[in-house]
Design a protein around this ligand. Structure first.
Ligand SMILES: *[C@@H]1O[C@H](CO)[C@@H](O)[C@H](O)[C@H]1NC(C)=O
Ligand SMILES: *[C@@H]1O[C@H](CO)[C@@H](O)[C@H](O)[C@H]1NC(C)=O
Ligand SMILES: *[C@@H]1O[C@H](CO)[C@@H](O)[C@H](O)[C@H]1NC(C)=O
Ligand SMILES: *[C@@H]1O[C@H](CO)[C@@H](O)[C@H](O)[C@H]1NC(C)=O
Length: 942
């Protein structure tokens, strides 16, 4: 088949994308459940809202009162009239008011027990004694200042009336001559003044109170008519020398301004500035703390107009004489239609639900990322040519598309089902907010996944994160946001926690839609962007997104290049291996080299030659490759591979034999880029494994010792994915996958289309081999490819590998001598980190096996006889094995004739009972045992 060439970025991206989509298709039910969660919660909110509407919003006490005018025979009401006259005062608010009542304009005055009196912290300037508080007769203080005292003094004289003025023909006009005051702040409309409707005293503020000055009066028109008693309160006008003093007094009198915790409030203050007869300039100080109780309740009206009118009237009288009056008769609200109570509970609890909905993606994305890392699928994909770049970009784009779809679904459900939360706020702000947040969330997943590596614990922890952050947001953050005395700076600090910035954004949406709905208006628009907290929430999200992405990228780079994420913290001394023990070992291996390793020396020479004049004929060249694991917990450093030199030409299968722990896997890990060599290097088709690993991967196939497969993907899908990574396309791809499936016996009986998680161990193994060979890689590493296979499959697999070998260099480790003999052109026996011998199987047998192996089993009392028998046949024979009557001897070939052995055995059989005996030529197994033993003999010190 033609060389498909290296896959482009797009091809690899496409491969990963298709694999991910297939993966999601397998998880269709859990995806469906996920996408239904927003729907469930939206429906739940709607149900709650419907309950609130029927029980509360539409309840009789929350609508204009009605009376039945016509009833039918059954006593059912058929016709009713509604209106103010049938309403309680609660219901009245909802009634249509075609002609709103007129109220006298009131002045806001402090409560009797907090009116200004003489105190240690205030200069004594004519304030009354504290004793007036007991009788509740403290005067209402007004402060004045200005550039011209004499002008100010005459103006003050006109400010407050000295007697009560009543006009019996037009009572309201008569009241306009008086200054009326109340302690309670106004409402948010003027349909009903709380100062009049509530059971509170109305003060008539006069310059002097004459005794029994109280009189009663009716306000408003039926049905909003209130009869009230007017009580005289003395007004006290105080002149201060300048505005700084006025300011000082207001400040000290305010409950938080002085250390005693006493209030000494004044009603209002006037700074007349440069007012003269031609100019009227005035600054009015008034109490505005009640203007907004908290940020989100509607602004109440201010009782400011009356104080403006008072000072204007006084100035007019100063100019024109006391006969001229500027009257302020009444205030009146505009007529209104019937209104309804519209409390949108869904907007208030929505933020909690939607925080959960959006955060729910966090565990989903995270577990998918960590799963690939935990199962080492990420690594194996990388080994088959999927670089970090495409992996990150495709994963990011993929999760982003998934998350975006998810939030769009949420918005669609919410709007379709009628939640004001979604309908009233501008869709573009909502979408931008969700979109930015899911970006941040994905970046966070990347960051967390690069630090942690266990799916189970992480999933549990992230679900806890989801639920707790929603609850803490609802019950703590919201409380703090609504507390105006809590520092805004600290709230921003709290919002740095990603889930809280999400909560804050949703909270703002909720507040805007709640208020919008209450007023029958829209929710948040872009023009409200900076009034709400949205501007800094957006900023926090964008900055955190950037930081998280950078950190994730950095940590991933560090860990994939073999360094720990905190590599810069480690002291350089730890990194360089201590040399004591390795040098001891090296001495050991040197002796072996001197003894008999001419083949190994030859290989070293060949490698040196190849390093000097690189040629492409050798696909794999390792030059003195070493790996030392640094010592941990006081143990000495471990030398895993000590100077391996090897050249494998294309078309050769090189078998690596060796006892467990000899360093074979370390070697393969180095060649596949999992580990960085401590020293030395390897060239794969001329590319350095230390620097050019990404390009090496494009022509490499790996069959790892443990099968690295996606449980839910089928065998065919695995092969399609890896085939695409190897740049196979269209019909070539289909054909290659079919052939590959057939060759490893996974084609028939629908096996290819079963998920890999259901495969038996042997089937998984065969699939792994097929994966490593798909797309004709130039270099293939197989770590024990045939373990766990039945003999038939094994034979089959061998033919596959044999066929694949033609233009590929294969390095294979195995414990099966049969396999090594069958597949490998050359063998190397690897003991304690170095090659003990190298050559083709025949050569090795010839070199190490210059002997026959004689085995005989007798009862144990005849062991001596057997030994004597062997002595006779072959004086230089060596006993290599002995257990309970069974003995094995090695007979040098040159001094033994087989016929002699037979004769000797026949003779022996007549002397004692021989249970069994045998004579065998050396096998590869004997060679292996022998080499392994000599190799290890030099390591008795370890
Ligand atoms: C202050 O006002 C009075 C009139 O009320 C005027 O006669 C006098 O000149 C003014 N004084 C100054 C310093 O402007
Ligand atoms: C009382 O009100 C009527 C009607 O507005 C007006 O004509 C009359 O002059 C007023 N009387 C006084 C004493 O102001
Ligand atoms: C205001 O200034 C006058 C003279 O400039 C002074 O006598 C008086 O004590 C001052 N009043 C106050 C309350 O400081
Ligand atoms: C302003 O009015 C509020 C509410 O009526 C009151 O609690 C507060 O003490 C007043 N502040 C001053 C400085 O008078």
């Amino acid at each position: 088949m033609a060389d498909p060439g290296t896959a482009s970025f797009l091809t690899r991206a496409n491969a990963l994308l298709r694999k991910n989509l297939t993966y999601q298709k397998r998880n269709i039910w859990s995806n469906f459940r996920l996408i239904m969660i927003p729907l469930y919660l939206c429906v739940l909110l709607v149900i709650i809202q419907v309950l609130v509407d029927t029980q509360f919003n539409n309840a009789d006490e929350n609508r204009c009162g009605c009376q039945c005018t016509v009833t039918n025979q059954n006593g059912k009401c058929v016709n009713k009239t509604c209106g103010l006259e049938f309403s309680t005062s609660d219901q009245a608010l909802f009634c249509p008011i075609s002609s709103p009542p007129r109220w006298p304009p009131l002045l806001q005055v402090p409560r009797p027990d907090s009116r200004a009196v003489r105190a240690s912290f205030l200069p004594d300037i004519g304030l009354p004694d504290e004793s007036c508080r007991r009788t509740r007769t403290c005067p209402v203080t007004l402060l004045f200042t200005g550039n011209n005292h004499s002008l100010g003094a005459s103006l003050l004289g006109n400010l407050l009336p000295s007697s009560v003025a009543v006009n019996s023909t037009d009572p309201l006009q008569g009241l306009a001559y008086n200054v009326l005051g109340t302690e309670i702040e106004a409402g948010d409309t003027n349909y009903l003044d709380p100062g009049i409707s509530l059971n509170l005293t109305i003060y008539n503020i006069q310059s002097r109170c004459i005794s029994n000055a109280a009189f009663s009066f009716s306000f408003g028109e039926e049905p909003l008519k209130f009869k009230k008693e007017l009580k005289c309160a003395q007004g006290l006008n105080l002149w201060r020398n300048n505005s700084r003093e006025v300011n000082d007094m207001i400040f000290k009198g305010y409950r938080k301004g002085n250390s005693q915790g006493k209030t000494n409030e004044i009603a209002a203050a006037y700074d007349l500035l440069n007012t003269d007869r031609n100019n009227f300039n005035v600054h009015i100080y008034y109490n505005s703390t009640y203007k907004e109780n908290s940020r989100n309740t509607p602004t109440t009206l201010l009782r400011l107009p009356r104080s403006v009118n008072m000072v204007s009237n006084a100035f007019l009288q100063l100019l024109q004489g006391p006969g001229t009056k500027m009257l302020f008769e009444y205030v009146k609200e505009v007529p209104k239609v019937e209104t309804r109570l519209r409390l949108d509970i869904a907007s208030l609890i929505g933020p909690l639900f939607f925080t959960w909905v959006i955060l729910l993606l966090f565990p989903v994305i995270l577990s998918s990322l960590v799963y690939e890392k935990q199962e080492r699928l990420r690594i194996i994909m990388k080994m088959h040519g999927l670089g970090d770049g495409p992996y990150w970009m495709i994963s990011y784009a993929y999760f982003l598309a998934m998350s975006t779809l998810y939030v769009i679904c949420l918005m669609i459900y919410g709007s379709a089902i009628g939640l004001k939360f979604f309908r009233l706020n501008d869709y573009s702000i909502q979408f931008t907010f969700y979109f930015l947040y899911v970006n941040l969330q994905i970046a966070l997943c990347f960051l967390v996944s690069s630090i942690f590596s266990k799916v189970k614990t992480l999933t549990v922890a992230s679900y806890i994160y989801v639920f707790l952050s929603g609850l803490v947001g609802e019950f703590l953050l919201e409380f703090l946001i609504e507390d105006p005395s809590f520092s805004r700076g600290w709230i921003i600090v709290l919002e740095l926690f990603p889930a809280f910035s999400l909560y804050r954004g949703l909270y703002e949406f909720g507040e805007f839609s709640f208020q919008g709905n209450l007023r029958g208006a829209d929710g948040m628009k872009w023009k409200d962007f900076s009034d709400s907290a949205m501007d800094h929430v957006f900023l926090i999200i964008i900055v955190e997104w950037f930081l998280a992405l950078t950190a994730a990228y950095y940590i991933d780079k560090m860990s994939s290049s073999g360094k720990g994420p905190l590599f810069f913290l480690k002291s350089p001394i730890n990194k360089s291996p201590s040399l004591r023990r390795p040098s001891l070992q090296r001495q050991g291996s040197k002796v072996v080299v001197e003894m008999e390793k001419t083949d190994v020396t030859q290989e070293i020479e060949k490698v040196e030659q190849l390093m000097l004049e690189p040629s492409t004929s050798h696909a794999i060249v390792c030059d003195n490759l070493k790996k030392v694991y640094p010592g941990r917990d006081g143990n000495p450093p471990k030398l895993a591979v000590s100077g391996l030199s090897l050249a494998v030409p294309s078309g050769e299968c090189f078998g690596m034999l060796g006892p467990n722990g000899a360093g074979k896997t370390s070697f393969i890990n180095m060649m596949t880029g999992l580990l960085k060599p401590t020293s030395g290097t390897g060239l794969v088709r001329g590319l350095d494994i230390c620097n050019d690993m990404d390009r090496v991967y494009t022509s490499m196939g790996v069959c790892p010792q443990h099968d690295l497969l996606w449980e839910t993907l089928t065998g065919r899908e695995h092969l399609l994915f890896y085939g695409r990574l190897k740049n196979l396309k269209g019909s070539d791809l289909i054909q290659a996958v079919e052939e590959s499936l057939k060759s490893v016996n996974l084609f028939h009986g629908g096996v290819a289309d079963k998920p890999a998680g259901k495969y038996s161990g042997g089937m998984k193994r065969r699939l792994s081999v097929a994966i490593s060979l798909i797309g004709n890689p130039k270099v293939v590493y197989m770590d024990e490819p045939s373990t766990g296979l039945d003999p038939a499959s094994r034979k089959n697999l061998w033919t596959v590998i044999k066929r694949a070998k033609q233009n590929t260099a294969i390095i294979l480790t195995t414990h099966s001598m049969e396999e090594a003999e069958f597949l490998c052109d050359r063998l190397g026996i690897f003991v304690d980190g170095s090659l003990q011998c190298i050559g083709n199987p025949k050569e090795l047998k010839g070199r190490y096996g210059g002997s026959y192996v004689f085995t005989m089993t007798t009862s144990s009392e005849h062991e001596g006889n057997v030994e004597r028998l062997i002595q006779d046949v072959s004086p230089n024979a060596k006993k290599i094995y002995h257990i309970a009557g069974t003995q094995k001897f090695e007979l040098p070939k040159e001094e033994v004739r087989i016929s002699e052995v037979f004769q000797a055995v026949e003779k022996a059989k007549s002397n004692f009972t021989v249970f069994a005996w045998g004579l065998a030529d050396t096998t590869l197994e004997d060679v292996f045992i022998k080499v392994a033993r000599t190799g290890q003999a030099f390591n008795v010190f370890s």
